[in-house]
Design a binder for this molecule. Structure first.
Ligand code: NAP
Ligand code: MG
Length: 495
């Protein structure tokens, strides 16, 4: 068990409260992964002060140089990939193949960010007046407040912190209380790679004691948050009062459609991975399966047989497919929704209970669960569950399937399995979601493409790819007049 600290103003330090909290392994609650400082507003204030103080030095470092530092961070993540994947599995439960993928996403994001340090393009345009040039530059915004969830403990922080830094911003980072260890190791790597000590600050603690003070701090200029829609709304409201720029990546109720012309074996592989990967705790997890009526019975049988073969246990064991839920509260939520599903008349096909085998005795395990005969108005068809529960619905046409898919307040990821090109392009045009996969599951984003959702999944920003660099920079417009006289736009070039 390791003792971890905050990193504030270039020093690893305890919190002002002097108190600590424990981070435990959800597959074996007796194992303590580490202890962390239980911080409050005073620690946030100190971190923001440090980040403000470091801003000038960092913004004046050439962006390609900042990119080189992030490249080095990518090299260090590569060296420590296996070690940190194991730590991540111990602290939040998902299986080792997936935590390795989470690490790789951080590595890919680092190398993409490094190359972006030599781009950060902006536009030039002709002037409407003679002997004058118009151009624009990207400027950093200031101090970035970064608040992240526990389901991608490495990938999501890197999606935010690397572009923030390459664009010249300094950082105050609050990771999820369930995954502070991976976050702390990322900060160590950034420091070792050469990020100046006061440029990156990490403050551990709860959403209310640390998250809210970050959001409300007048010297935090920009906020990037991933988490639930409920908390996202609170953050948007508080930040809105100070006119701060905020990027919100929130909940989802993602669906996979399977048409009667689909490759059913392929569609089955997709839905098993989409629904039960990360124990269903992905923002892009497949929570609804919409089957064409002609293949409904056949596919449901295939799905039930396959789901019951999934092996649960510690994510460190190589034969395990599905790990535990992240904590007791998350399992309570899943149990609550399964009860509602039964009460509202859905048919429980498999799962629907805790996994009680000996290897699962000390963790928060819940069996992969499938409900059939779900109708669009049922609670389990509408609300995000964030667990291994799949609701199966029926549609008679591609149009009806898309309408059912769109019948949600969320709009993150979506998928259709079909061999019919007309169905595929109808789906691309008509599905209301930030991401649509054709013949792939709802999960599988690549770091160089924009990532995010519509409706209550977000507020219009995108992470990943080129789009996140726009979020983390301000545009400065510059006019250079070399005519030697006053030239009035819209006036002197008329008539
Ligand atoms: P959450 O409760 O909203 O927490 C997310 C982060 O916000 C954590 O660091 C949390 O701290 C902090 N927080 C909690 N309350 C806060 C407050 N009032 N003010 C400021 N910060 C606060 O979400 P979660 O349960 O960790 O994650 C699951 C949710 O995230 C799901 O809804 C999922 O769909 C969403 N998610 C979305 C995406 C996406 O890209 N769209 C990706 C992953 C997850 P503590 O950990 O200390 O509570
Ligand atoms: Mg933990």
């Amino acid at each position: 068990m390791e003792t971890y600290y905050n990193h504030i103003n270039g020093e690893w330090c305890e919190s002002k409260t002097g108190e600590q909290f424990e981070n435990r392994n959800p597959a074996d609650w007796n194992e303590i992964v580490g202890t962390f400082p239980k911080s409050d507003k005073r620690d946030v204030d100190a971190a923001v002060k440090a980040a403000c103080g470091a801003f000038n030095e960092w913004r004046l470092m050439p962006a390609p140089k900042r990119g080189e530092i992030i490249k080095k961070a990518g090299d260090l993540l590569t060296e420590r990939k296996e070690e940190l994947a194991r730590l991540m599995t111990r602290e939040m439960g998902k299986v080792l193949t997936e935590t390795r993928g989470d690490m790789q996403e951080g590595i890919d994001t680092a190398y993409y960010a490094a190359s972006e340090g030599r781009r950060l393009f902006s536009h030039t345009a002709p002037s409407e007046l003679p002997n004058k040039m118009n151009m624009s530059f990207r400027m950093p915004v200031g101090v970035a407040g970064i608040i992240t969830p526990w389901n991608f403990p490495m990938a999501i922080p890197t999606w935010k912190i690397f572009p923030a830094l390459v664009c010249g911003n300094t950082v105050v980072f609050k990771p999820a209380s369930d995954t502070p260890a991976t976050a702390a190791e990322l900060v160590k790597i950034l420091l070792e790679a050469g990020v100046p000590p006061r440029v990156i600050n990490i403050v551990h603690g709860t959403g209310s004691a640390v998250g809210i003070p970050i959001v409300e701090h007048p010297d935090i200029n920009i906020i990037s948050f991933t988490g639930s829609s409920a908390v996202g709304k609170v953050i948007a409201e508080k930040a809105g009062r100070q006119l701060k720029r905020v990027s919100l990546e929130l909940g989802g109720k993602n669906a996979q459609i399977v048409m009667d012309d689909a490759d059913l074996d392929l569609a089955l592989e997709g839905v098993i991975w989409g629904a039960f990967g990360t124990t269903g705790q992905r923002c892009t997890a497949t929570s609804r399966l919409i089957l064409h009526h002609a293949i409904y019975d056949t596919f449901l049988d295939m799905l039930a047989a396959r789901t019951q073969k999934l092996v649960m246990g510690s994510g460190l064991d190589p034969d395990v497919h599905v790990g535990p839920l992240v904590n007791a509260g998350q399992r309570d939520i899943v149990e609550h929704y399964v009860e509602i599903g039964k009460k509202e008349g859905a048919r429980l096909v498999c799962g629907g209970e805790r996994e009680t085998s000996a290897r699962c005795a000390n963790g928060f395990f819940y069996k992969p669960t499938v409900f059939a005969e779900v109708t669009p108005s049922m609670t389990i068809a509408r609300e995000e569950i964030f667990g291994p529960v799949l609701s199966v619905l029926k549609a008679v046409s591609v149009e009806e399937a898309i309408a059912i898919l769109n019948n949600t307040v969320y709009g993150l990821s979506s998928s259709i399995y079909t061999r019919n090109v007309n169905n595929a392009f109808k789906a691309v045009r008509d599905i209301e979601a930030g991401i649509t996969y054709i013949n792939g599951p709802t999960i599988g984003a690549e770091c160089h493409m924009p990532f995010g959702g519509v409706k209550e999944t977000g507020n219009g920003h995108r992470e990943g790819g080129w789009s996140v660099y726009e979020f983390f920079s301000e545009i400065k417009t510059v006019y250079v007049d070399f005519s030697g006289k006053l030239q009035r736009a819209q006036i002197d070039n008329q008539g």
